[in-house]
Design a protein. Structure first.
Length: 237
């Protein structure tokens, strides 16, 4: 197994959802002046920053920020302290992702975790313990089986819904000819999205930004997983 990068070590500190008190304490840590944090359900403005005459900072955040990755929260705290544009971009990119996510929000549906071959609950828990220090809290389930419509040119092996905090795995992977280690890798890939959010640049969203790819490449036997991805697609034709 390759040596862990510093970025990987940071991921072990990830907390999927802070309480309001924990979020306030986090934003105040190391700050030269008080940060007064208020959580809102505003569906238009996700971040508001005001500096009071006393020098204290009034920070209003959409409650979705309780579940923001540490990379986002750290960037926002650095921005409050130093007003660096790069830090604001990280925080504002995350804020911009909240509005479309809210539009998709719906009642959580019941998920099927036990497949014909693989139990996704067990795989999720294994991945969580091995790679995320048991800090991630995500739901997981098999997607719905849809009729084949000709030869597959591509397949989406899995997906992650940031609002529902749900990983969905393609049911085609629930088969005896699909190696367990590949299903485990796909679950890791989707859970990683819960830690490293998409980045929006020039109006385009990158779901696999450089930080995501850097961590993913440290996955054990990563190159073989990439080859398996291509060979499995051939088998599913």
């Amino acid at each position: 197994m390759p040596n862990r990068t510093q970025l990987e070590l940071d991921l072990t500190l990830f907390n999927p959802e802070l309480t309001p008190e924990e979020l306030s304490a986090f934003m105040n840590e190391g700050m030269p002046r008080t940060v007064d944090v208020t959580l809102t359900r505003n569906r238009v403005t996700m971040i508001t920053i005001e500096v009071e005459p006393t020098g204290a900072i009034k920070l209003r955040l959409h409650e979705h920020f309780k579940a923001a990755p540490l990379t986002v929260l750290r960037a926002l705290r650095r921005y409050l302290k130093g007003r660096r544009r790069a830090d604001w971009k990280i925080a504002s990119d995350y804020a911009q992702s909240i509005t479309p996510a809210l539009r998709k929000q719906k009642r959580a549906k019941r998920l099927k975790m036990q497949g014909e071959v693989y139990n996704l609950r067990e795989i999720r828990d294994l991945v969580n313990k091995e790679f995320f220090n048991d800090h991630l809290s995500v739901r997981i389930g098999w997607g719905r089986q849809t009729p084949a419509t000709g030869k597959r040119r591509s397949i989406r092996y899995g997906s992650y819904d940031c609002v529902e905090k749900t990983v969905t795995i393609h049911p085609a992977l629930d088969a005896h000819n699909i190696p367990f280690e590949f299903v485990k890798y796909i679950v890791f890939h989707e859970m990683l999205h819960a830690v490293i959010p998409p980045v929006t640049e020039d109006g385009q969203t990158r779901f696999h930004p450089p930080a995501f790819k850097q961590v993913e490449r440290t996955y054990p036997d990563y190159r073989r997983m990439v080859k398996l991805s291509k060979s499995i697609l051939q088998e599913l034709h």
